[in-house]
Design a protein around this ligand. Sequence first.
Ligand SMILES: [Cu+2]
Length: 400
Amino acid sequence: MSAWRLIEDDPEPGAGPATAAGGDRPPARAPRRRPGARRLVTVVALALLTLVGAGGLAAADDVAVALPERPEGCVRPDRTIKLYAVELPPDGTQVRLGYGLTPETASYPGPTMEMTEGECLAITLYNQVPAATLEKLRTDPTHPLGVSLHVHGVKYTQLSDGTTQSFSYVPPGQSRTYTWYAKKRDKEKGTPGTAGYWWYHDHVVGGPHGTQGLGAGLFGGLVVRRPGDPRPDRTYTTVFGDRQSINLRRGAAADTCDRDNPQPGPSCLVAKKGERVEFIVVGIGNDMHTFHVHGHSWADTRTGAVTGTDAQTDQVPTIDNKTLGPGDSFGVQIVAGDSVGPGHWMVHCHMQFHSDAGMYTMLHVLDENGNMPPGGEHDHSAAPAAAAPAPAGAATHQHN
Ligand SMILES: [Cu+2]
């Protein structure tokens, strides 16, 4: 009875006559056992089940439009964004990919997305990564070539899932529009809102889970706010990953701030004293990490801020270190240099063998005028990843 059973019953090639499901396959989907073809059947079968479940048998002719394009509550997008997936200059032999609001500004992490609860966002993703590059990253020769946009935390329909299993990916040279909906809390149903700190990533490059796309840089942060949430002056996305990496960098490469003219970016965390600095913290890969900032602490609430009486705020822990597993994300807001002043404040994973291997960077807190006071110099020479023996070209960057 189950649609899944239908797929599992599909015989091996040459094992017997084609099932009804097999006979439905378009000829263009050959060879027969190609995973995509099986998935098409799954999608159609699920759509049929959905119709049946909804008492919609009379609408059998409309199977093709059974899946909604947008989540309930999103009548039409409030805003549209163009996003490009491109190949970046390689790091040694390591392929690098990035998302950008323009092809020229692509980076890893990709641009930070910001939404407000109740908002519906349409993002058109243009795949400009050469097919040859995607082929190089492919771990299974039958896996389709493409990139995608898969998001955590907000609502989307299956058409915006960003997987090969649901055909919601983008082949080379093509584009696709994904719709995200930042649902509000529904007090009647008792369902929560989507305000919080999330992330988005590829789910297709290399294999069905996008492991190669993630390792190459196709990820970015998302924050969903509620009206009235405290607004940060600066937002940084820090993605903690395998090989002791922060944003796929480690040791000296994780902190490339120009001492005289620091430009905020993925490898330069800088703020002036008194600015509210927001971190979107994300875990990728296979390892556990912790997020720790020297000299600063925060309330472990959705926004990092506390309001209310002392008795109420005593219910909220104040922390300066938080555990992060693969796929987890959370947000932190601190006031830079609050009561501790300017300086070079370390941001690192507190698993000791990770920090020892270079899993650290710096939050450079300047004074109110944007200068680092005398005496604030710090020593770059202690970068152990550069000092320790390492494979050629692997001294400071993550390599898969
Ligand atoms: Cu770690």
